[in-house]
Design a protein around this ligand. Structure first.
Ligand code: DCP
Ligand code: MG
Length: 323
């Protein structure tokens, strides 16, 4: 039971708790699988385990789970929004073994606290049709703000998978360019959009950290959204991208991450460089492979043209589920 508590398997913990109570109430010792099966809360698996303990004095499953319990706890902790492998390891070394231990960390960020409070919600896959419903809410709010805005669903949804880990959305507007190039018309959109959606009760919390998204602070928003009739908080990312870079953004945010890695490597092999802002050539790098000049733009707006410029045939998003 303690092991399952650590790895947050609540149903199993309850099963074990019931079985333990049942055993405590027995007047006669329970020694065999057959005896155990007669007791409430004892199925075949638990009864087998009981007999194994009586006969051998040990439990193989428990020995195994001790071996993998570090990995399990690290996995559990990394499932908290805002906790990466380094934080998980640090917390583990400090003795954190479950979510309750994590919750009382003095260094817990507000985002991690939400991640713990909504642990179950955030770790439940989202059915495709629910992603589409969240999208519709955002899209109609965006259209109300400015009928010229265009919204897209990215990530695993665009690759056609049946359930998604989170909701990735892009908002853009025909004619807009990069902020550095002087086009500012989209900067206020995200602010207005998220404020309205929050007031509607659709967006539940903003999960941007202290740096508020760093240099992209005007163009991305991380948080949680919820449909009233479903009641589960979902992780949602809304990104504002300039129309001039739509293709590169579509390519990047469609993924999957392994596909992205290989297509970026291909670009490098061809003397180019690909990122979410575009495909560039004549990039100048120093001897540590650090970019010292971003190069000249080959293509950024048209996703298909990026494939062409790389000399590869167009791949539908559903053909980009690699690995
Ligand atoms: N991405 C990437 N490298 C990363 C993270 C993300 O290239 N380290 C890109 C590719 C992803 C896209 O961003 O497909 C969206 O990121 P997600 O983490 O939301 O991944 P998916 O949407 O693909 O999967 P999931 O269903 O788990 O959300
Ligand atoms: Mg996603």
């Amino acid at each position: 039971m303690e092991y399952y508590k650590q790895i947050n398997e609540i149903w199993r913990v309850q099963g074990y708790r019931k079985a333990i109570n049942t055993l405590r109430q027995q007047k006669q010792p329970v020694r065999t699988k057959q005896d155990a099966l007669k007791l409430p809360g004892f199925g075949h698996q638990l009864s087998d385990k009981l007999e194994e303990i009586v006969k051998t004095g040990k439990l193989t499953r428990l020995i195994e789970s001790k071996k993998d319990s570090r990995a399990a706890v690290l996995g559990l902790l990394e499932g908290i929004f805002g906790v990466g492998p380094n934080t998980a390891r640090e917390w583990y070394n400090d003795g954190v073994r479950n979510l309750s231990n994590a919750r009382v960390r003095p260094d817990l960020t507000p985002q991690q606290r939400v991640g713990i409070d909504r642990y179950h919600d955030f770790n439940t896959r989202i059915p495709r049709n629910e992603v589409a419903q969240h999208f519709s809410v955002v899209e109609s709010a965006a259209r109300n703000i400015d009928s010229g805005l265009r919204c897209f669903i990215m990530g695993s949804y665009r690759r056609g998978v049946q359930t998604c880990g989170d909701i990735d959305l892009i908002v853009t507007k025909p004619g807009t360019k990069r902020i550095e190039e002087g086009e500012k018309s989209l900067m206020w959109v995200l602010q207005k959009l998220t404020t309205q959606l929050t007031a509607m009760g659709f967006l539940k919390v903003c999960l941007l950290g202290k740096d508020k998204g760093g240099k992209d602070s005007n163009s991305k928003w991380y948080g949680a959204s919820m449909l009233e009739d479903i009641g589960i908080w979902r992780r949602i990312d809304i990104l504002i991208v300039p129309w001039s870079e739509l293709g590169a953004s579509l390519l990047y945010f469609t993924g999957n991450d392994l596909f992205n890695r290989s297509i970026r490597m291909l670009a490098v092999k061809k003397g180019m460089s690909l990122n979410q802002h575009g495909l560039f050539k004549d990039v100048i790098r120093d001897k540590n492979w650090k970019k010292i000049h971003r190069g000249t733009l080959v293509e950024a707006h048209d996703e298909r043209k990026i494939f062409e410029a790389l000399g590869i045939k167009w791949l539908e998003p559903k053909e980009r589920n690699v690995g």
